[in-house]
Design a protein. Sequence first.
Length: 249
Amino acid sequence: MILKKWDDLPDKMKCVEVREYYNILTRKRGSLLAKRLFDIVVASIMLVILSPVMMILAVIIKLDSSGPVFFRQIRITSYRKEFWIFKFRTMVDGTDKKGTLITTAGDCRITRVGKVIRNCRLDEIAQLIDVLRGTMTFVGVRPEIPKYVEQYKPEWLATLLLPAGVTNLTSIYYQDEDKLLKNADNADTIYIESVLPGKMKWNLKGLERFSFILDIKLMFMTFFSICGKNYNTVKGKDDEPLIASEIAK
């Protein structure tokens, strides 16, 4: 994973707020290289091992509801580049044209099979394709849609210095995000004004503390959270949830 030269960044990213984080990453080129090599090797192995699971998911998705196996949507990755993300479809076909772009708990657009797939986060398996392509990485800021990226404050643009990720601290810390937005009159507005700033606080902390070792740690924490461990209920120093204090060390 090679960091672009400062002069080659998009004009909107060349600001004082981003420069601080850019300087931090330039001192961690070894970790960035290890990160990309890890992505290629592990994604390749996992795609082979999980190919039977992916085939089964494809079949049951097709049997459960009409529409494609994959949900494709434009997201934003490093340097504000657009890409079409891969996810196993868990909602009715054309759902992005039938309501809010945010999924809330009890969303009627989620299919029967989709509910199970989402609970186990099996829809994310398809993103191994994106990791292998280099449009995503295993650990990084979750990819947002262009609409939300346009709302980014200058400092938040620093999160676009690296590829979007399959998981990161906020994926665990905000794993019940759909429940938080369940009763919101306007989920999009609440997400932009309340949820996104909270996420960015920890996204930037993660960027500031970035290391290959921390990436591996967060991958294991993600696995344990899927298995049922709730990091949010365990308090760390300063009474922060343990999952938050991990990154602040």
